[in-house]
Design a protein around this ligand. Structure first.
Ligand SMILES: [Fe+2]
Ligand SMILES: [Fe+2]
Length: 224
């Protein structure tokens, strides 16, 4: 099996940013985010793993799932940005923007994996961003502890979703699986941090609506 050269991976880390990356970075700067985490701080989780020769159906399957994950990371950033915009406490705002910076790294991993799979992100990314930003801002207006409760529940649902993907990705696709596994660990930590910061438990009906909205996004992003 061919292995990627780590030097090449470092070179790719210093890659040109996509228009979406640049727009997100500008928005984060506008929101007063602390300096973004350096890209090299979180190496690409798939860097040292073999590039499996996938069948066409397995490639399409993996690409569809990674496109859903990419859309999820677009939405995660948008939620955090919307929530940060209306957060009242400076510490809560910083917490949200730091998590958003980590979600941007996840987005870059997914985008890179999609390129390796000869596929592309969802064409509906602007829609996922705009809709999620509005939802995040609306949730944030309820107050900081509800804001953190929304983060905790979102991340809990994302961890469950990533677990599902680990069951659905082709067994041979070690690179996609490594990315999803690393994201899952970060999302669990985001949820734990929100809980530790004083998150309130959301009402069951809100959790069900959140789950319904994310199902619509998963359905759309897998196909478009
Ligand atoms: Fe993420
Ligand atoms: Fe997260």
């Amino acid at each position: 099996m061919p292995r990627l050269n780590p030097a090449n991976d470092r070179a790719r880390s210093a890659r040109q940013y996509s228009p979406l990356d640049r727009a997100l970075m500008r928005l984060q700067q506008g929101l007063g985010q602390p300096p973004a985490l350096p890209h090299s701080a979180t190496p690409y989780p798939a860097a040292e793993l073999p590039q499996a020769a996938l069948s066409e159906s397995a490639r399409r399957r993996a690409a569809g799932l990674m496109r859903v994950n990419h859309a999820g990371e677009v939405s995660a950033q948008a939620l955090y940005h919307g929530q940060a915009l209306v957060a009242r406490d400076a510490k809560v705002r910083e917490h949200l923007l730091r998590a958003a910076a980590e979600e941007r790294q996840h987005l870059q991993w997914c985008e890179r994996r999609l390129g390796e799979l000869k596929d592309q992100p969802s064409l509906l990314s602007p829609l996922w961003y705009a809709g999620s930003f509005a939802i995040g801002a609306a949730a944030g207006l309820a107050g900081d502890r509800w804001n953190l409760g929304f983060v905790e529940e979102t991340e809990r649902q994302v961890v469950a979703h990533l677990d599902e993907h680990l069951g659905q990705l082709p067994k041979d696709d070690a690179r996609s699986r490594a990315i999803v596994t690393a994201m899952k660990a970060d999302e669990a930590r985001h949820g734990d941090e929100a809980a530790a910061a004083g998150a309130r438990q959301l009402p069951g009906i809100v959790k069900r609506v959140m789950s319904l909205v994310s199902s619509v996004m998963k359905f759309g992003a897998y196909r478009i």
